[in-house]
Ligand binder design. Structure first.
Ligand SMILES: Nc1nc2c(ncn2[C@@H]2O[C@H](COP(=O)(O)OP(=O)(O)OP(=O)(O)O)[C@@H](O)[C@H]2O)c(=O)[nH]1
Length: 381
C-alpha cells in the first residue's frame, strides 16, 4: 500500500498533484468550517469562543476553498501534461499553508494540535511538489507565526485570540478542551505517521532505482563494470570458502570498428545490444553474470565452473553468435568475438582479471574468433 502510493505519487503529472492537494485539503477546510459552525451555535461552547473572530476566520477558509476550486478547474484539462505548473502550484501551496496557519493561530499556535496539522500540510507539500513552493510557503507560514508572536508581545491581541480566558478558568470547560485537544492531537499524529511512511517508501523506491541505474549498462541493460567488480569480489570470497573454482571470461567483438565504419554507429549500437541479449540468454540465471565493460568489450562471471564447463558455455555462445544475423534483412551480416578466460582457484580478483585479459589478448593475437581459457591456481590462503 505504502509502496503503491509512493509509486502513484512519483508517476503523477504536476496537474494531478495539484488536483490531489485540492482534493485532500478541501474536505479538511469544510470539516473545520463545520466544526467551527457547530461550536459557534452550541450554547455550551460558544461562550468560550470569540465568536466574532471565529466567524471572521471562516471567510479566509471559504476564500481559500474557492481559489483552490478555481485552480483545480483550470488545471483539470491539463491533467495529462508533463509541463510544470509553477504558479498554480505556488498558489495552491500558499492558500493551503496560509489558511492552516490562521487556523493554528486562532487557538494558540504552539499549544494546540492544529500546529501538528500544519506540520502535516508541509509534509504533504513535500510529497507532492518540488521543494521551492513548499519552502516559500513554509517561510510565509513562519512569518505569519512570528507576526502573531510580535502582536502578542506588543499586547495587540491574545496568544489564542479565538478563545476566551473563561475556557481555561472554568474546570469543566478546560477539561473538555483538553479532551478535544487530545483527540485532534492523536488523530493528527496518526495521519502524520502515515505520511512519513509514504515519504520513506518513496525514498526507498528512489534509492532502489538509483542502485539499479548505477549497476546497469545503459546501452544493453546488462550489468556494468561496477556491478561486475562487486560480483567478482564476492565470487573470490565464495571460492575461498567452498574451494570450487569460478571462471571469468573477457569477450571482445572482432574488428568492430569495421562494423561502425561500414554500417554506421547506430547499427553498431544495435549489434552491441544484440550481443548483450545473446550473452544474457546463454548464461545460467541467476548465478552467472553477463556484463558490458564498455565499448565492444563484455565479460562473463561463471561461479562454480570448471575449465571443461566454461569451454562448453563459451563454445555455445560463439555458435549462437555465428547463427545471428545483424543489420538489414536484405543485406545481413554476422560478427565474431574473441574470448579469453581464467578458471580461478585461490586467486585475487586482480589476478583473475589480469589472466582473463591475457587470454583475450592471446585469442586476438592468434587470429580472433576463438576461445582461449586457462586454469590458474593462486596462492591466496
Ligand atoms: N556503435 C558503438 N561503437 C562503439 C561503442 N563503444 C566503442 N565503439 C567502437 O568500437 C570500436 C573498437 O575498435 P577497436 O578498439 O579498434 O577494436 P576492433 O575494431 O574491434 O578490433 P579488434 O578488437 O582488434 O578486433 C571503435 O570504433 C569504437 O568507436 C558503442 O557504444 N557503440
Amino acid at each position: 500500500m505504502r509502496a503503491r502510493m509512493a509509486h502513484l505519487l512519483s508517476s503523477a503529472t504536476p496537474a494531478r498533484r495539484i488536483l490531489l492537494a485540492v482534493a485532500v485539503s478541501l474536505p479538511f477546510f469544510l470539516l473545520v468550517l463545520f466544526i467551527h459552525e457547530q461550536a459557534l451555535s452550541h450554547p455550551a461552547v460558544s461562550p468560550y469562543l470569540d465568536t466574532a473572530l471565529v466567524r471572521a476566520m471562516q471567510w479566509p477558509m471559504l476564500g481559500a476553498s474557492l481559489i483552490n476550486l478555481g485552480v483545480a478547474a483550470w488545471v483539470w484539462p491539463r491533467r495529462d501534461d508533463a509541463a510544470p505548473l509553477a504558479c498554480a502550484t505556488l498558489l495552491v501551496c500558499l492558500t493551503i499553508g496560509g489558511t492552516y496557519t490562521l487556523i493554528t493561530i486562532l487557538s494558540g499556535p504552539y499549544t494546540s494540535p492544529p500546529s501538528l496539522v500544519l506540520g502535516g500540510v508541509l509534509l504533504v507539500g513535500l510529497l507532492l511538489f518540488d521543494r521551492r513552493p513548499v519552502a516559500i510557503t513554509f517561510a510565509v507560514c513562519m512569518a505569519m507565526l512570528l507576526a502573531h508572536d510580535a502582536g502578542v508581545l506588543a499586547g495587540w491581541w491574545a496568544y489564542a485570540p479565538g478563545l476566551r480566558p473563561a475556557l481555561f478558568q472554568d474546570p469543566a470547560a478546560s477539561e473538555a478542551w483538553r479532551g478535544w485537544r487530545t483527540f485532534v492531537f492523536v488523530s493528527g499524529f496518526a495521519v502524520l505517521l502515515g505520511l512519513a511512511m509514504v515519504l520513506f517508501a518513496r525514498l526507498d523506491a528512489l534509492h532502489g532505482q538509483l542502485d539499479t541505474l548505477s549497476h546497469t549498462d545503459a546501452l544493453t541493460g546488462l550489468a556494468n563494470r561496477r556491478r561486475l567488480m562487486e560480483a567478482l569480489e564476492a565470487e573470490v570470497a565464495r571460492q575461498r570458502r567452498t574451494g570450487r573454482p569460478f571462471c571469468l571470461v573477457m569477450i571482445d567483438a572482432d574488428h568492430f570498428k569495421r562494423v561502425n565504419d561500414t554500417w554506421g554507429h547506430l547499427q553498431g549500437d544495435m549489434v552491441l545490444r544484440g550481443l548483450g541479449r545473446l550473452l544474457l540468454a546463454g548464461v545460467r540465471s541467476p548465478t552467472d553474470l553477463a556484463a558490458r565493460l564498455g565499448g565492444e568489450e563484455f565479460a562473463l562471471l561463471l561461479p562454480d565452473t570448471r575449465l571443461d564447463e566454461a569451454e562448453v558455455v563459451c563454445q555455445r555462445m560463439r555458435e549462437a553468435l555465428a547463427r545471428e544475423r545483424f543489420g538489414d534483412p536484405l543485406a545481413p551480416f554476422t560478427i565474431t568475438v574473441s574470448m579469453g578466460g581464467a578458471v580461478c582457484s585461490s586467486t585475487t580478483s586482480h589476478q583473475a582479471l589480469r589472466e582473463a585479459d591475457q587470454q583475450l589478448y592471446l585469442a586476438k593475437a592468434t587470429g580472433r574468433n576463438r576461445i582461449c581459457l586457462r586454469t590458474i591456481l593462486g596462492a591466496v590462503a
